[in-house]
Design a binder for this molecule. Structure first.
Ligand code: SF4
Length: 349
């Protein structure tokens, strides 16, 4: 189902999205509880921006990214995607309608080694989406693939090579070329540099930034590492056990986090000033089981600032200053440690 919108709004609006996976037990495989992988997430992404989505392994960030490009549907909630002056609720689209909209949303995968078909040449790998959508074939398809290979820094003479003959960084460039050949407006980058050598990571990040500028792309950049995200993101959303716990402009969050979990993640980020001592915050305990989350604040089992109310009342995600949201009872009273000076202070001579 699609509806006329009239005024241009965010490119993507995620509203109260949940994804619960059933846990089955016993001979009859009865559902005994649900893993709440994503539990009531609201997010917006403006056209042309990069939103970093960060959290530890298992926090739900990859599940959310995959629901956005409809690899699988959410259990509930809406995912509104704007295409020109039309807004589509992706959760209500199926078949040909979904295929038509998905052309504008693509995904770059974490592992370039397993996300490419080893039996397909670079030409077939990058050109396949054009064939699937009936947009090009023959000489025209080959020309468009060659153009995209050049755009991502691959040699056109390698058009008929197979993935195994490319290096790790080149394979990720193949994956990027495949994702961008349809000229999407939104790209979900799912940990696109985590599997690469450190020396290659910066090259791929720079390439993604250049392509964003040249092709007017909007990114959702999923990562577990804030030090990667800070270089590419305009804003950052932090997830913990299926919930967003903080959202802010990147500079604001780096300088003045409002949630203790963000503070702990930031403590692992290398300091810009090597003389400034880094005080790594070691979080106690394990991440809670998302099928049996604790009562009260989801982070209270590992939080060094918890008080009695934290074990009883669940905090809401509240806007504490323009554009800066945090889910903590004490967001206003705690003074948490960032890695850089907040933007306003940095701008003061
Ligand atoms: Fe920590 Fe309490 Fe804030 Fe949760 S609500 S993050 S337990 S201080």
């Amino acid at each position: 189902m699609s509806r006329e919108n009239g005024s241009a709004g965010p490119l993507l609006e995620v509203q109260e999205v949940r994804k619960y996976f059933p846990v089955k037990e016993g001979l009859l495989q009865r559902t005994v509880r649900h893993v709440k992988a994503v539990d009531g997430v609201d997010l917006t992404i403006e056209e042309g921006e990069t939103l970093g989505l960060v959290g530890e392994s298992g926090c739900g960030k990859t599940t959310l990214g995959r629901m956005i490009v409809r690899v699988f549907p959410p259990t509930s909630g809406s995912i509104l995607f704007r295409e020109g002056d039309q807004q589509h609720d992706l959760t209500q689209l199926y078949g040909a309608e979904l295929k038509a909209v998905r052309r504008h949303m693509q995904m770059i995968f974490q592992d370039p080694f397993s996300s490419l078909n080893p039996r397909m040449t670079a030409l077939e790998t990058i050109g396949e989406p054009l064939l699937i959508h009936g947009l090009a074939k023959g000489r025209d398809l080959e020309d468009r693939v060659a153009e995209m290979m050049e755009a991502v820094g691959l040699k056109v003479e390698h058009l008929r090579r197979y993935p195994h003959s490319f290096s790790g960084g080149q394979r990720q460039r193949l994956g990027i070329a495949r994702a961008l050949i349809l000229h999407p407006s939104l790209v979900v980058c799912d940990e696109p540099v985590s599997a690469l050598d450190v020396s290659v990571q910066a090259q791929v990040i720079n390439l993604l930034q250049d392509l964003q500028r040249d092709m007017q792309l909007t990114y959702l950049f999923v990562a577990h590492d804030l030090s990667v995200v800070r270089h590419i993101s305009d804003r950052v959303a932090v997830m913990y056990v299926g919930k967003v716990v903080e959202v802010a402009a990147t500079g604001t969050m780096m300088g003045r986090p409002l949630h203790p979990y963000t503070e702990a993640l930031l403590s692992a980020v290398p300091r810009p000033d090597p003389h400034k001592e880094s005080q790594r915050i070691l979080m106690e305990g394990e991440i809670p089981d998302p099928s049996q989350p604790p009562p009260g604040c989801i982070f209270h089992t590992r939080c060094r600032y918890r008080e009695e109310i934290c074990t009883e009342d669940e905090p809401e995600l509240i806007e504490h200053e323009p554009g800066h949201y945090a889910r903590c009872h004490f967001a206003q009273s705690l003074t948490l440690q960032g890695v850089d000076a907040p933007i306003e202070e940095a701008a003061t001579p």
